[in-house]
Design a protein around this ligand. Sequence first.
Ligand SMILES: NC(=O)c1ccc[n+]([C@@H]2O[C@H](COP(=O)([O-])OP(=O)(O)OC[C@H]3O[C@@H](n4cnc5c(N)ncnc54)[C@H](OP(=O)(O)O)[C@@H]3O)[C@@H](O)[C@H]2O)c1
Length: 258
Amino acid sequence: MDLGLKGRTAIVCASSRGLGKACAMSLAREGVALIINGRDEAALAATRDEIAKATGVKVTAIAADVGTKAGQDALLAACPEPDILINNNGGPPLKDFRELDRDALLAGVVQNMVTPIELIQRVVPAMTRKGFGRIVNITSVSVKMPILGLDLSSGARAGLTAFMAGPARELAAHNITVNHVLPGMFNTDRLRNSTGRMARMQGRSEDDMAAQRKATVPARRFGEAHEIGEVCAFLCSAQAGYITGQSILVDGGLYNSV
Ligand SMILES: NC(=O)c1ccc[n+]([C@@H]2O[C@H](COP(=O)([O-])OP(=O)(O)OC[C@H]3O[C@@H](n4cnc5c(N)ncnc54)[C@H](OP(=O)(O)O)[C@@H]3O)[C@@H](O)[C@H]2O)c1
């Protein structure tokens, strides 16, 4: 299917590795020129070269912390009027909720709620003027299903989801959509790190721990990052203009519901 995105531009936050990179690659395959982002300059440059070589689109790398004003300014200076914004970021580490002090709580809320909202505030004026905009927030299955220890991440992302529910409806009249993609367990550095941590805590091997985690997923496997990228690209497509304010689970059936 041609997604009707050739010639569009996208800012894809936190996209040097993992799910963000997969979203960038899927959009690039549709002919979307990209601004990609991450803090590690070398990893980001390697991803820029890989995507540009594979797809032939223009890829601009902005090495910056997306959670800072300076980082956001740099992204928007590189592309002041993106057609597409993919909000992605790191997430707070696994921690007992009792151990989160006020600074840690606020940092998590800034990371996974305030930062995407700030970027949305800054891109919607031009999208409104142009009559086209696609915004996708990468959140987590934990918005719907508790994952003990990731409570701050879950709460901040649930806050973002609720916050955007009203604006998504207001923006719909301008052909701007706002949707959330909720990954289950995906084979990325983040998942490998958390599996390693759990294995050490339980005195087991990483392979054992990974097998136990996979067994909790009806699909009996972890997701691959491109499976998020392709959903994200579809939500950005011309065809998806009637889908807005939705939380799309991509989790191999993990969230058990009707
Ligand atoms: N993988 C999963 O199973 C899963 C499930 C549910 C939700 N999620 C969420 O999805 C998001 C992406 O996860 P992932 O698995 O792709 O993680 P990942 O493999 O660790 O990749 C994270 C990416 O974000 C970049 N990044 C992190 N902090 C940044 C910052 N402050 N500014 C700019 N870039 C930043 C990293 O680059 P640098 O480190 O160089 O900055 C890297 O490119 C996370 O919020 C995660 O919590 C993941």
